[in-house]
Design a protein around this ligand. Structure first.
Ligand SMILES: Cc1cc2nc3c(=O)[nH]c(=O)nc-3n(C[C@H](O)[C@H](O)[C@H](O)COP(=O)(O)OP(=O)(O)OC[C@H]3O[C@@H](n4cnc5c(N)ncnc54)[C@H](O)[C@@H]3O)c2cc1C
Length: 422
């Protein structure tokens, strides 16, 4: 790979052709805004079809304004999971506290959204599929920036040249690795491993979350409706990242089973269900922190550039806001170097504030010591009497500018800068 080409765009009068790698959240969101500003967009996704599944994700603060401007807020409101309560259990399964979701997560009732990740991905895909070229079941093999564009070779063997390439390929981005080097350089391990999967709703749960904890372990069942299935979530203290186990599905299952050996409540049944699950998603809680999000004509967006970790609940919101800011910077600046600089300048503080949530208590739901668990339980009991927790300023800390050069009115305008948190 050759990292740097000339900084000005050579095909100044032609329609800008952009390749996006990854069709989950940030990829299709970016595709929407780039198409709207007149780019010809291709999205390549290594999976053979749109990937469904995943635990519910949150769209909060600034990201709600992004989806409103995309015109998909009504569809997302229909898909909103209206969870009634979160119940916390002790080691024996006794109730510690039962709370409203917003008391726990600091969301804003009536504004912030929680939807199934697969629903959000499907809504975004439906929005752009007629305007954007999707290449499923393929991926980038090589990128060469030595010419007047980015020469791309795909795994399938096809070759094409684009003006720009954007990696929207997630936490373990191969675009990032190809441009900037191994993930370890940018990965901040947060001390937890987690497994997500679906399993039968044997407890008959309905629109509620039940979480069992002992020090260093949490097991949660999340009923997003009145279905026969629930989302199961096992998280465990893992001081060092289990890099080898992450590459091997059997080793992943063994790692989780070993972490929960001897645990009470419904955990043995959950571990058994995990062994049979065909949708297991296992990873470590970690963040991506990079000094720069672009190199030459290639940039990164979403988790690939600034994954905040599930502990913040802000992954999808950063992906949506980041896609908007990047597309707006490209619509404003014909020179991609200036555009990528503007993207970083306008988004970085917002990203930093949201990544910092893990240092400001976002991990308190998963205490690793008996003492910390006691403190957390006392905190939860205290929240029971509060009507709602204070919304987290970081969620809304970016004021979006009007979208540039698309000929459509978008209220309101202003500089895209993170507001200071008081
Ligand atoms: C199947 C799945 C389930 C998830 N479940 C949860 C969850 O339960 N809870 C949670 O907090 N977050 C989950 N996430 C992550 C969450 O979607 C992101 O944190 C956030 O939405 C940011 O999205 P993103 O589009 O930047 O990255 P991601 O959502 O990670 O999407 C990256 C996309 O790139 C594709 N891709 C990866 N490598 C390549 C490649 N080399 N070439 C082409 N395409 C590639 C992937 O298949 C994926 O579609 C999940 C992601 C996926 C893909």
């Amino acid at each position: 790979m050759t990292p740097n080409g000339p900084s000005t765009d050579v095909r100044t009068t032609a329609r800008r052709e952009v390749l996006i790698s990854g069709a989950s959240i940030s990829g299709p969101a970016l595709a929407y805004w780039l198409h709207r500003s007149g780019c010809a967009v291709t999205v390549v996704e290594k999976a053979g079809a749109l990937r469904g599944g995943g635990y519910p994700i949150d769209i909060r603060g600034t990201a709600v304004e992004v989806v409103r401007r995309m015109g998909i807020l009504p569809r997302l409101r229909d898909a909103h999971i209206d969870v009634r309560r979160c119940t916390f259990l002790d080691a024996e399964g006794g109730q510690v506290a039962s709370l409203t979701p917003r008391a726990v997560a600091g969301g804003v009732e009536g504004r912030d959204l929680e939807v199934r990740r697969g629903d959000l991905a499907a809504i975004l895909h439906a929005l752009v599929r007629d305007d954007v070229e999707f290449l499923f079941g393929d991926s980038i093999d090589t990128l060469d920036q030595s010419g007047q564009g980015v020469d791309v070779t795909f795994r399938s063997g096809r070759r094409r040249t684009f003006d720009l390439v954007v990696g929207a390929d997630g936490m373990h981005s191969t675009t990032r690795e190809a441009l900037f080097g191994p993930e370890e350089r940018f990965h901040r391990h947060l001390g937890y491993g987690f497994a997500l999967f679906t399993m039968p709703n044997t407890l008959g749960l309905s629109r509620e979350l039940v979480m069992w904890n002992t020090p260093g372990k949490a097991a949660a069942l999340y009923a997003t409706g009145d279905n026969d299935e629930v989302h199961a979530f096992l998280t465990f203290h893992q001081p060092e990242p289990p890099s080898d186990a992450l590459r091997n599905p059997d080793a992943q299952r063994d790692l989780v089973a070993a972490a929960f050996a001897g645990a009470g409540w419904e955990v043995p049944g959950m571990v058994g269900a995990m062994r049979d699950a065909d949708d297991l998603f296992l990873d470590t809680a970690g963040q991506i922190r990079m000094p720069h999000w672009s190199s030459g004509r290639v940039a990164l967006v979403g988790d690939a550039a600034y994954a905040p970790s599930f502990l913040t609940g802000q992954g999808s919101s950063l992906a949506l806001a980041g896609a908007y800011v990047l597309a707006n910077a490209l619509a404003t600046n014909r020179d991609h170097t200036a555009a990528f600089a503007a993207y970083e300048r306008d988004l970085r503080e917002f990203v930093a504030m949201n990544q910092a949530l893990v240092d400001n208590g976002a991990a308190t739901l998963f205490p690793t010591t008996a003492r910390a668990l006691e403190q957390r339980d006392a905190m939860l009991r205290g929240l029971v009497t509060l009507p709602s927790a204070t919304p987290r300023p970081a969620h809304s800390a970016l004021a979006l500018p009007a979208f540039a050069h698309d000929g459509r009115p978008v209220p309101p305008s202003g500089a895209a800068r993170a507001r200071p948190v008081r």
